[in-house]
Structures are given as C-alpha cells and as structure tokens.
Write a protein that binds this ligand. Structure first.
Ligand SMILES: NC(=O)c1ccc[n+]([C@@H]2O[C@H](COP(=O)([O-])OP(=O)(O)OC[C@H]3O[C@@H](n4cnc5c(N)ncnc54)[C@H](O)[C@@H]3O)[C@@H](O)[C@H]2O)c1
Length: 511
C-alpha cells in the first residue's frame, strides 16, 4: 500500500519521501514502484518521460529524519496497533510541529493511535483502497480530537489527486469495510451452518445481486488472514455477533489456507481459477402455472421464452413435469394449490413461490397444506424476468424431488441455486442485512447517502450503492424482508432500522 500511495502522490506532482524498515524492503518498494508505473507505460497510459518524472519525485530512505520537512506523512506499516504507535512516536519526534500525520489503517482506531502522540489534533485517517493508483475512493477520518482544518486539508489534497474523498468519523471499519465485512462474514456463517453451498452462494450473489464476484471469491482475493483481522477489529468495537468471525474462516486461516495467495482458501486455485458450472442442454419441460397476477404472468412468460409448454387447466396440470404456484395472496395460493395438486400426476414436482421471497420463509407450511410435502420445493424468482431461481428444499422434501426440481428449473434457462427453507433464501438473507446496516449508518448520521453509496461503488466495486439499492427495492419491501429475517432469527441487528421503517411508512424513498 505504501508504494501505491507514494505513486499516487508523485503522479499528482508532489515530492515524496518513502521510508522503509531496511534496505531490502526499500528495494522491494522501489521494484513495486517501477513495475506498477511500467505496467502503465506498457498499456499506453503513461509516457516513458512521465514515468521518469514520477519516479524522480520519490526519494527512498530508511532514515525517519528524512521526513523532517514533510507537510503530510502517511503511515502504511502492517496492521498492528503496537507497531503503529511506535512509528507515530518516531514521526512525532522527527516531523515539523505543523505536519499532519495520517494512518492508512483499515480497521484500527485512529483515536487509539492519536492519543499516544503529542499532536492528537493533527492525526487523521486516510484510507486508500487497493490498488491505490486505481481505486478512486479514499476515506478521510477525523477523530473527536482532530482539528477540522487538518481533515479539510487532507480531503482537499485527496480530491486534487483525482480521487473521491469521503469524510467520516472514527468507527471500526469506517464505511466500506464495516458494510462489506458484515456481509462477507454472514456468507461464511451461511456456509458453515449448511444453509447453502459455497458455489451456490457465490452464484446467487453474482446473478441475483449483480455483484462482480461472490463473497467467497472476494474473501479469497482479499486474503482470509486480512478478512479475519478486519472482522476481529470491527467486532471489538461493535460487539455485534454478525462481526464475530465465522469459526470456518478462523479455521482456514489457522490451516494456512489464506485464499488466492496460497492457492487455496474457500476455493482451490489452479491456473484456470474456480471451475465454472456447465449448463443443461435438455429440452424445456412442461410447466403448469397456478395463480393469476403479475408473478404468474411473469413465470408463464419465462417458461414460454425457454420453449416450455405452459398450462393451467386441470387437464393440462395432469400432464406437467413441474407445477409452479405463483398466486398473489396466501389464501388464494392455498386453495389453488390443493386443486392443482389433486390434478397433478404422482411424481410431478410442485414449486411454491413466496410472493417477495421473504414471506415467513416457510415453504414447509404450504408444503404441508398440499398433503404431498415430499413433492414440494420453495422457489424464489428474485426478478421474474432475470436468470436466477433460488430453490429451497424443506425437511420433508424428497431429495430426488429436489434434484429433479433443480434440473427442471435449469432446463427453463434459469441459474438454479439451492438452499434450506429459511427466510430470504440466499440473496435477500445476505443483501438485506447489509442494506439495513447502511440505512442504520445513514440514520445515525455517520455518513450521508452519497458517501455511503460512493464507498461501496468506488471502494468495493459494487455496481450500485446500498442507499440507491434500497430505493430501487423499495423501503416497504426491504422492511418486509427484514421483519421476516428478524422474526426467524430474533437477531436484534436484523430489526429494520428506524429510518427505513419511517420511510416505508411515509412511502418515501431515502433520497
Ligand atoms: N493491503 C490492502 O489491501 C490494504 C488496503 C487498505 C489499507 N491497508 C492498510 O495499509 C497498511 C499496510 O498494509 P499492506 O497490505 O501494504 O502491508 P504490507 O505488510 O504489505 O506492507 C507493510 C510495509 O511496511 C513496512 N514496515 C514495517 N515496519 C515498518 C517500520 N517500522 N517503518 C517503516 N516501514 C515499515 C514493511 O517492510 C512492509 O513493506 C495496513 O494498515 C493495512 O491495514 C491495506
């Protein structure tokens, strides 16, 4: 990170002094600077003269005294409070009294570092994302002790470097890591508790939430040791059990399986990376759609698009491979379903949809009402026009039926992911708590809507920010899903944030 930050500053025209712990590390840093700017030259993004100028602005040294004339010092030593404190004590000694001292810590308390220096008013956090030359977000952190001018000067400098500063207070994980790691850890817990498989969770979050990669692929990329470090630091402050690192994550770290950098973490990496799943080429099935309304219409359209035959009369249902209940209200669903089940031949797979994927999560209740629970699976089409089908098997579902249901749904051209019969299936169970955390952060006045959205889009590569997501999903639906998740788990953190409830009640978006 140190080399990346030095490069960003030198590219911005600043003279930079880079300090390393010894000559060997210094040469490694020099190598990093050369190869990073060299890559930019190769790609035609930087001329050779410009590269020479950039590298010419950086002086490397192992002597802290060389920092004596600096206006700003950014510390990027390993993430250990004792080490950072030692480094800051040294900086305090050698730097000018008016110099601002910044830490690039990801998760330690900036205040904890500031209080041991002789100049707490001049200590800020300046959190670059990796790789620093590429990522546009920089979180700028002021503590209760920092003078506002120091924060403003650093934010201005960051802006001048072509980055987007988000100015916030000192809370563990700041905005981006606080929101991201709660979600990542919950995915690990979901795997550990057998709710769904690693590949199904990864696939669901890509296809259903539009994320560039699933949580396990992302954790492997970040490094599981770093994930554990960040989670431990956030948990130490939040005491929210969702931040208590999943035992599975801890076990992988203890075993030295740290992700991509060691060739194995949640996934195993060879040259080709994680294996892609094949798709079924078999003919589209005959599908009965039970119910009226937009969901039923969308399901019928989806089946027709895939070349399936769609029917809804008793005679047609009798010949179907798969019957999908897609009624709009639960009472109607129950009546329609029992008629459909009577018409369907034995062995027909029956899929019951929950209206918004939340309901109370239980396909089992609808399954029991059919009198044929072993033939019933739960189904959630997150966006009926989209490609993802989340399918749940209840404790009563015959495993062969679940396999057949997955096969039939994939023959409709859907990406099928499987999970247990719980509220929110996979996508909403992981996405809504994250969105709720963002709403709580907004409600607490920690950061504004634009900063929260910028943190996730520019810092984590999310296609859209959580506040924009909440407005797209609708605060009312978000509240409904959260209430279902809360009712099932009784986890206080899953109770909808008051701000979200207020917006849902008022029928107003958050922005
Ligand atoms: N890696 C990331 O993705 C990332 C992203 C954002 C922030 N950060 C934060 O940046 C900091 C550094 O992370 P990193 O991944 O670059 O770590 P790293 O271990 O790769 O690099 C740390 C460097 O600090 C040097 N160092 C150690 N003790 C020193 C001392 N006393 N004086 C001078 N240099 C010393 C080491 O030789 C090493 O080159 C951490 O606080 C981390 O949380 C990391």
């Amino acid at each position: 990170m140190g080399a990346g930050i030095a490069e960003v500053l030198a590219r911005g025209g600043f003279a930079v002094v880079g300090i390393e712990v010894n000559r060997e590390a210094l040469e490694r840093g020099r190598g990093n600077l050369k190869s990073s700017t060299g890559r930019a030259v190769k790609r035609g993004r930087l001329g050779e003269d410009a590269q020479r100028e950039i590298l010419g602005r950086i002086t490397l040294s192992t002597d802290f005294a060389d920092l004596g004339d600096c206006d700003l010092v950014i510390e990027a030593v390993p993430e250990r409070l004792d080490l950072k404190r030692t480094v800051f004590a040294e900086l305090d000694r050698v730097c000018r009294d008016d110099a601002v001292l910044a830490t690039n810590t990801s998760s330690l308390s900036v205040t904890d570092i500031a209080v041991t220096t002789g100049r707490p008013t001049k200590i800020v956090g300046v959190h670059f994302f990796n790789p620093a030359p590429v990522m546009r977000l920089v979180e700028v952190i002021g503590t209760v002790l920092t003078e506002p001018e120091a924060v403003a000067r650093v934010a201005e400098l960051v802006e001048g470097l072509g980055k987007t500063p988000v100015t916030i207070g000192d809370r563990a994980g700041f905005v981006a890591n606080r929101l991201l790691f709660g979600y990542l850890n919950q995915a690990a817990t979901m795997l550990e508790t057998g709710h769904a498989t690693r590949d199904d969770i990864d696939a669901a979050m890509k296809a259903g939430a539009g994320l560039p990669m699933g949580p396990f692929t992302l954790m492997d990329l970040i490094g599981l040791d770093t994930c554990l470090e960040v989670l431990d630091a956030i948990y130490a402050e939040s005491r929210d059990r969702r931040h208590a690192a999943s035992p599975l994550l801890r076990e992988l770290v203890t075993a030295g399986l740290l992700g991509r950098k060691t060739g194995r973490g949640f996934h195993t990496y060879d040259k080709s990376g994680p294996a892609e799943e094949g798709t079924s080429g078999a003919a589209a099935p005959t599908v009965g759609v039970v119910g009226v309304g937009p969901l039923a219409d969308a399901v019928a359209a989806l089946c027709e698009r895939a070349g399936g035959r769609v029917g809804d009369s008793a005679a047609e249902l009798a010949g179907c491979d798969l019957v999908i209940e897609a009624a709009q209200d639960p009472e109607a669903a129950r009546a329609l379903l029992s008629a459909a089940v009577q018409a369907a031949k034995p062995g027909t797979v029956i899929a019951v949809t929950s209206l918004d994927g939340s309901a109370d999560g239980s396909a089992i209740r609808q399954a029991m009402a059919t009198g044929r629970p072993s033939d019933v699976v739960g189904l959630h089409l997150l966006d009926p026009a989209g490609a993802l089908a989340e399918m749940s098997a209840t404790v009563a579902t015959d495993p062969d039926v679940a396999d057949r249901a997955a096969g039939l749904l994939s023959r409709l051209g859907l990406t099928v992911v499987r999970c247990r019969d719980r509220a929110g299936f996979i996508v909403d169970a992981l996405r809504l708590p994250y969105l709720n955390d963002a709403a709580a952060m907004l409600g607490a006045g920690y950061a504004d809507a634009d900063s929260i959205d910028a943190a996730m889009t520019l810092g984590c590569g999310y296609p859209t920010g959580p506040i924009a997501d909440l407005d797209r999903i609708g605060p009312d639906r978000a509240v409904a899903v959260l209430r279902a998740l809360h009712a099932e788990t009784r986890d206080p953190a899953l109770a909808p944030a008051p701000l979200l409830v207020e917006h849902a009640t008022a029928g107003r978006p958050l922005r």
